[in-house]
Ligand binder design. Structure first.
Ligand SMILES: *Cc1c(COP(=O)(O)O)cnc(C)c1O
Length: 355
């Protein structure tokens, strides 16, 4: 059987199979989302996720359809007029485009191709209400180091700062005092089937959303922050949610907490070092991102000067599915995911095939 090194959906975590079996045995897909049993599943998933990410207990955990939905809900509920977007790939661009779709004055700050942001040199106007950063830009393999996020927050203290941690959480050490909103989906580092987005919202962001709604602005309907919050207070959701997905998230977060987040982060670093050391010493394959501090630990973008198609095919024949480059980089790069589901032995074996 092949191993998926694609940057999402990706290889399921080995523990996920046991959780899926447990869900079927306990008939989780059949329970009512208004039952006590569901409320406990919601509470466990929220508590375990906060505990795993070291999020404060007064942050809300909302369940959405996808990370893309989280971008739209944040724009709707946390801005009226002006948003600011750090764009260095397809996902950050999507966040920016969503703000434009909602007729916000969306300001785009673009990085040079394959480069990270120099946050010290960014200036954000005083009337910007929402700043959006894709901490791990999966499409280009570029990271903003987590300890740089506070630089951005200091540039716009009046604004809410939203960060996309879809392809880095929980493999990244974040300080929740540095931002106001964070979101993820479960088919990347959590090693679960796709179909669930998660939004973590600070008290400050909920307060702002309430003011915006009270001002008469349109903030959406069943998934407005107000609607999500009123149901979340009893550990419910406005609609019938992805109950199975929420159950699996609670199980894998509890598993990760027990396994040790420090250990997960350490293993991510170790495997990333194997990958980047390999690329730095290879005769033709190279990291697409040159500056080491901006090389994403969880997704390596690799320049393939001879074209990526034949390498992807060769690896596939040997049982390794890797990602192509994203959009216009499709033929010139491959992308390799480094998620908790991928063991050191599997990474070594993949690199041996690439040698
Ligand atoms: C995959 C990804 C998304 C989109 O996630 P969906 O669950 O498909 O909405 C957004 N941002 C980043 C950084 C991603 O890697």
């Amino acid at each position: 059987m092949s191993i998926y090194f694609t940057p999402g959906p990706s290889e399921l975590h080995p523990a996920t199979l046991g959780f899926l079996n447990k869900a079927i045995e306990e008939k989780i897909p059949s329970i009512s989302h208004r039952s006590k049993q569901f409320e406990e599943i919601y509470k466990k998933a929220g508590d375990m996720l906060r505990s795993l990410l070291k999020a404060p207990s007064d942050w809300q955990v909302f369940f959405l359809g996808s990370a893309t939905e989280a971008m739209e809900r944040i724009v709707q509920n946390c801005s009226r007029r002006k948003t600011f977007h750090l764009v260095n790939g397809a996902f950050s661009k999507n966040f920016f485009e969503i703000a434009k779709d909602y007729k916000r004055q969306a300001v785009e700050h673009r990085a040079e191709a394959a480069q990270g942001f120099n946050l010290d040199q960014i200036s954000v106007a005083a009337d910007v209400e929402l700043v959006c950063l894709t901490q791990s830009e999966t499409s280009t393999g570029i990271w903003t180091p987590p300890d740089h996020i506070k630089i951005l927050k200091a540039k716009a203290p009046q604004a809410l700062l939203a960060i996309d941690i879809v392809s880095s959480a929980p493999c990244v050490d974040l300080n929740f005092a540095d931002f106001d909103l964070a979101f993820l989906s479960v088919q990347k580092c959590f090693g679960l089937p796709a179909g669930l987005g998660v939004l973590l919202a600070s008290p400050a962001s909920l307060q702002r959303a309430q003011e915006i709604e009270a001002s008469g602005a349109c903030v959406g309907s069943y998934h407005s922050f107000g609607s999500l919050l009123s149901d979340a207070k009893r550990h419910q959701t406005p609609e019938t949610p992805n109950v199975l997905g929420i159950f699996l998230l609670g199980e894998i977060c509890a598993y990760f907490v027990k396994y040790g987040r420090e250990r997960i982060i350490e293993e991510t670093r170790t495997k990333a070092k194997l990958i980047y050391d390999f690329l730095n010493s290879h005769s033709s394959l190279k990291p697409a991102v040159k500056s080491p501090c901006h090389q994403a630990l969880t997704v390596a973008a690799v320049s393939v000067p001879s074209g990526s198609a034949s390498l992807i095919q060769k690896l596939k024949e040997r049982g390794y599915i890797v990602g192509s480059g994203y959009a216009e980089l499709k033929d010139s790069q491959i992308r390799i995911a480094n998620f908790p589901a991928h063991s050191t032995e599997q990474v070594k074996a993949l690199l041996t095939e690439m040698a």
